[in-house]
Ligand binder design. Structure first.
Ligand SMILES: Cc1ncc(COP(=O)(O)O)c(C=O)c1O
Length: 330
């Protein structure tokens, strides 16, 4: 028998699938960890379950309490799903650029959604500031994914070990986008403890502040970018700079076109940030031989972005329409 008592038992143990697009045939082996196999379709299920379970264990949460966080969408559905199982009420604060599919998904789990304008973190109207203020004023449990060290711990305990075990310890390069930094930091910390020679390479969107912060410790002003889930306009405590060996910046255009290309060539439909990771993997692979084994994180699925990067009109309107312009409709 293979029976599960509740949906959270299906979180994690996501598959590693070979990636060939952009990887030289005689070059390294490259695999992507498909986090859209998690129940709500993203890597955020891991962090949310871990933080909520730990808070219950330590008596910081009880049924009937309200939990809140800011989200670019994926944490929202993850928290909303976990909250229903633990008898909690969930409130998610998200910026206006979040796709309608993601907002509707959060609501489908019974959570409340507050939409805020597209402004920087320090603005009192930002999704970040509104979540902190409501938590403080109303006494809600603040998931605080940007700074919560249990976000890192979730990936140290699950994502990292899974990559190590599934590659029989052969992984040489780990590549992930950084939004809060939790996934990257937790998995990289675990992998480097196992083998300090493993290189951990972070992926940051053009316009985000992380790359400059990692390289030169400077906090620059962010500019707008369209890729969702990765990048930030503020330094986060869930990013452990000690475990970053390098950071690669990828543009919206390259991210979206790469995600579309991989869907059409390999049948793996990731979100825009999966395109960013795959594009960075190509750059890394170009420098490596067949002895290397690269693992990249695909954070969520393309189905979440049908009105965005998988929509030709949206791509054209934003000036991202692919060089690769297929007219045939199958
Ligand atoms: C959709 C999505 N969200 C978030 C992230 C980043 O996760 P974290 O917030 O743990 O840095 C990624 C990383 O690839 C992602 O693809």
């Amino acid at each position: 028998m293979r029976l599960f008592e509740n949906i959270t038992q299906l979180i994690g143990h996501t598959p590693l699938v070979r990636l060939r697009t952009g990887i030289p045939p005689n070059g390294p082996r490259a695999y992507v960890k498909l986090e859209f196999f998690n129940p709500t379709g993203s890597l955020k299920d891991r962090m949310t379950l871990h933080i909520i379970k730990k808070a219950f264990r330590e008596g910081r949460l009880k049924p009937g309490d309200t939990v809140i966080d800011n989200t670019s969408g994926n944490t929202g559905s993850a928290l909303a799903m976990v909250a229903t199982l633990f008898g909690l009420k969930a409130i998610l604060v998200t910026p206006v650029k979040t796709s309608q599919e993601k907002i509707d998904l959060i609501k489908s789990y019974g959570a409340e959604v507050i939409i805020t304008p597209e402004v920087n973190h320090d603005d009192p109207e930002s999704f970040y500031a509104v979540a902190r203020r409501l938590a403080l004023e109303k006494g809600y449990f603040d998931l605080d994914q940007y700074h919560n060290q249990d976000n890192i711990e979730a990936h140290y305990l699950t994502t990292g070990p899974e990559i190590w075990e599934d590659t029989d310890g052969q992984v040489t390069h780990f590549v992930a986008g950084i939004g809060t930094g939790g996934t990257f930091s937790g998995a990289a910390r675990f992998l480097k403890e196992k083998n300090p020679a493993i290189k951990a390479i972070a992926v940051d969107p053009e316009g985000s502040i992380f790359a400059e912060y990692i390289k030169s410790n400077r906090e620059v002003v962010a500019s707008n970018y369209k890729v969702e889930g990765i990048g930030s306009d503020v330094v986060t405590k869930a990013l452990d700079r000690q475990v970053v060996d390098d950071v690669i910046t990828v543009s919206d255009r390259d991210s979206f076109n790469r995600a579309r290309l991989i869907a059409r060539t390999e049948g793996i439909s990731g979100g825009g940030s999966s395109g960013s990771v795959a594009f960075a993997m190509e750059r890394i692979a170009a420098e490596l031989g067949p002895e290397a084994l690269i693992v990249g994180i695909f954070g969520d699925a393309g189905i979440r972005y049908l009105s965005k990067c998988y929509n030709d009109t949206w791509m054209q309107k934003n000036g991202f329409m692919p060089v690769f312009n297929e007219k045939v409709t199958k």
